[in-house]
Design a protein around this ligand. Structure first.
Ligand SMILES: NC(=O)c1ccc[n+]([C@@H]2O[C@H](COP(=O)([O-])OP(=O)(O)OC[C@H]3O[C@@H](n4cnc5c(N)ncnc54)[C@H](O)[C@@H]3O)[C@@H](O)[C@H]2O)c1
Ligand SMILES: N[C@@H](CCO)C(=O)O
Ligand code: NA
Length: 436
């Protein structure tokens, strides 16, 4: 059995995991793939570290470009990250007729259209299971397992760092800044941790999932992206009193008018399975017309969980690389000429329900003023929590959960509420999803 030759670009967390799992499970993997998968060259800026991880018998270089042009290499595995040099390397590998496996969601969300077009033209595969929810085979599920269905929506906890932070804030009542430090020390965070906490990483991943689920191009620039940096512990506690958890969700929903594509903190009923996903774990719920609701859960980050997905792609490519390109699974699940340019709806057009918290004067008639504004805007209230004013305080909190409405409508009502003289400061608004 002639081995398939792999060039590994970047042997950091995921690259190291990939190297080790491939070595440890070599026999099992070969039995599945039909031939040995062999890392012959490793490129890393840190040559010393690369040598330490890879040992002898593997070629080590600091020049990744020499790997993507090497005629000996069949598959290039890109685990460097970012969309500068990684984009050049991936495009270069494709032009040289190499298949590519990558865990780089930022690269695909930003430049996926260009990359898949190039791969299509050259008849090579670009596989990216590790890019979304790490070890969970969600790309496989969306692209192949659910292929009979019209996918209606999907919602996922797809960033381990922020889910860890939210879990710690709720469990221990700690403030955001304190938990962030702990999360960074655990090593799940992106090279730039603002990508995690500002929702950008989750937006990269939900952009990729929406493309596969709905047969549309990558539209990262049109996604609405909100992170957890402005979330207050108070709201996590109030949500809990009302039977909800706050999660950073990546949501993609198909509507007649277009697609909702958004990342933001979201109240989720605590009775939903996804609400109990804690720590750095990931989960994606998919609603589809034939199968109904399915849920995928597991480790979305870390060396070996992510390596699990990288190697699954290596096996896929090994099995399929001799197949006629027409007979392979299309990159974006739909045949390339069937990808449709459906527009992403602006956030004002999103339909959802809301958690509203406002600080009000503790006197009669205040609640009536607020509910009148909501009634006039045709926003109905699902639940209400009015706190008693603390001893010696003239103000108190009112918390309301609304039914679904268009965001534009909610914005207008919130503006009117904020203009009431009895309401102090801004209204805190968090979107809410029933996930039914
Ligand atoms: N860490 C995770 O849990 C995880 C999970 C899923 C996806 N990812 C993605 O996987 C990719 C790699 O992440 P990581 O956590 O392993 O990063 P890392 O920083 O641990 O590893 C990157 C490696 O690339 C090397 N490198 C950087 N620039 C280079 C260059 N120009 N040429 C050669 N080598 C270079 C670095 O020296 C380092 O060893 C990223 O795209 C990341 O978003 C990571
Ligand atoms: N920074 C990402 C790594 C996995 O993509 C996370 O926290 O989930
Ligand atoms: Na995955």
């Amino acid at each position: 059995m002639k081995p398939i030759n792999v060039g590994l670009l970047g042997i950091g967390t995921v690259g190291g995991g990939t190297f080790n799992v491939l070595k440890r499970n070599a026999e099992e993997i070969t039995r599945r793939a039909g031939r040995p998968i062999r890392i012959v060259t490793v490129a890393d800026k840190n040559v010393e570290h690369a040598r330490k991880v890879a040992g002898e018998g593997v070629k080590i270089t600091d020049d990744a470009f020499s790997v993507v042009t090497d005629p000996e290499i069949d598959i290039v595995v890109e685990l460097i990250g970012g969309y500068g040099v990684a984009r050049e390397l991936v495009l270069n590998a494709i032009e040289n007729g190499k298949h590519v496996v990558t865990a780089n969601k930022a690269l695909l969300a930003m430049h996926g259209n260009e990359i898949f077009e190039a791969a299509q033209r050259r008849g090579v595969m670009v596989a990216f299971e590790a890019a979304v929810a790490g070890g969970i085979p969600i790309i496989k599920a969306l692209r192949e397992g659910l292929t009979a269905n019209r996918i209606e929506w999907l919602a996922g906890i797809i960033n381990g760092t922020t889910n860890f932070i939210l879990s710690e804030m709720r469990d221990k009542g700690l403030p955001f800044a304190e938990v962030l430090k702990e999360a960074q020390a655990l090593g799940y965070a992106e090279a730039d941790p603002t990508f995690d906490i500002e929702g950008v990483d989750a937006a990269h991943k939900v952009t990729i999932m929406s493309a596969i689920a709905f047969g549309v191009p990558m539209q990262f620039g049109a996604a609405h992206v909100e992170g957890i940096t402005r979330l207050e512990a108070t709201d996590i506690a109030y949500a809990e009193q009302l039977g909800y958890r706050i999660k950073l969700l990546g949501i993609a929903r198909m509507r007649e008018e277009g697609i909702e594509l958004r990342v933001h903190p979201t109240l989720v009923p605590e009775k939903r399975l996804i609400a109990s996903v804690e720590g750095a774990m990931n989960a994606v719920q998919v609603q589809a017309d034939a199968v109904g609701s399915t849920l995928y859960y597991g480790k979305g980050a870390g060396a070996e969980p992510t390596a699990s997905a990288v190697i699954a792609d290596l096996v896929d490519v090994t099995r399929l690389h001799t197949a006629d390109p027409e007979h392979r699974v299309p990159h974006l699940a739909f045949q390339p000429d069937q990808v449709r340019d459906l527009r992403v709806l602006p956030i004002e057009d999103v339909i959802t329900s809301y958690y509203l918290r406002m600080r009000v004067e503790d006197k009669p008639g205040v609640l009536a003023d607020i509910t009148r504004i909501l009634a006039d805007s045709e926003i109905s209230i699902e639940a209400l929590l009015q706190k008693e004013a603390e001893e010696g305080e003239s103000h108190t909190d009112i918390i309301m959960l609304t039914h679904r409405t268009v965001e534009r409508n909610a914005n207008a009502a919130i503006k009117l509420i904020e203009a009431l003289p009895v309401v102090k400061g801004a209204v805190t608004r968090i979107r809410m999803e029933s996930l039914e």
